[in-house]
Unconditional design. Structure first.
Length: 256
């Protein structure tokens, strides 16, 4: 009887679920809701478990202790609710992450948001980075990470900083507590209109974060004796930002 019950449990779980990975003695399954893929249910089968109720209990134990998503700070939730203007978002981030001067340390902001930052080499040349925020770990070289930014170690510091700022933009604008977010951020790829909109929003957020309006206005008036091209070069060095981004930002701020 016990054997039959165990067999039934195995069949029941296996029928509905796709195994995703093994964790110690547990086999972890997930069931994707057919109408909404963002809803993921997991069932766990353990050879000693005989009731689905126990299975769900174990699932909750594992979910809370091992599989839970990292928490989101309150101020990020406020930003996601559009509580502030873009400048307000940036000021909020700076006060929460103790950013007081340029160049803006976006790595410090990412670490405050509990991102693991990993450097590596991607198989494809045009990949700037990967971002993951989820309730299952991303396994990188044996290290399990729930919230991570993977950077191309061959990129310049300026490029890496923009990638981190871009991913912080996604985290602030597009990530949600109840869904997982994965992006492979790369250049030169064709995008659908909706992907392009999201990417443009993240880029705009990144430019605002690296070259914030209030700081830039003060900086530009402080260096009004410089020619435009000298000011652009100096801004690139002082703010550790690539030239294209500085030029675009100057245009946005009305310095033609
Ligand atoms: Zn992106």
């Amino acid at each position: 009887m016990t054997f039959l019950r165990a067999l039934w449990d195995i069949l029941h779980v296996a029928w509905f679920a796709n195994p995703i990975y093994c964790y110690n003695r547990f086999v972890v399954f997930k069931i994707l809701n057919s109408t909404n893929f963002s809803l993921v249910y997991r069932y766990i089968y353990d050879e000693r478990v005989r009731k689905i109720g126990t299975v769900i209990y174990l699932h909750n134990v594992i979910r809370n202790k091992i599989m839970s998503k990292k928490s989101t700070p309150e101020y990020v939730k406020e930003i996601r609710r559009n509580q502030y203007s873009m400048d307000g978002n940036i000021e909020k981030i700076f006060s929460e992450c103790e950013i007081t001067s340029y160049p803006i340390n976006v790595f410090q902001i990412a670490r405050k948001l509990e991102f693991d930052i990993i450097y590596g080499k991607f198989k494809q040349d045009n990949v700037y980075g990967v971002m993951w925020d989820g309730d299952e770990p991303l396994n990188v070289g044996g290290k399990q990470m729930y919230r991570a930014i993977l950077l191309n170690k061959q990129d310049s510091l300026e490029r890496q900083a923009f990638t981190v700022a871009h991913e912080i933009g996604h985290f602030m604008l597009h990530c949600k507590d109840n869904t997982n977010f994965y992006e492979r951020y790369h250049g030169g790829a064709e995008q659908t209109d909706s992907q392009k909109l999201i990417e443009d929003q993240a880029d705009f957020f990144a430019a605002n974060l690296l070259l914030p309006k209030k700081l830039m206005k003060a900086y530009i008036s402080q260096h009004s004796n410089l020619s435009r091209s000298d000011l652009i070069s100096k801004t690139c060095k002082d703010f550790l930002v690539e030239k294209d981004t500085v030029v675009r930002r100057f245009e946005e701020l009305g310095y033609e």
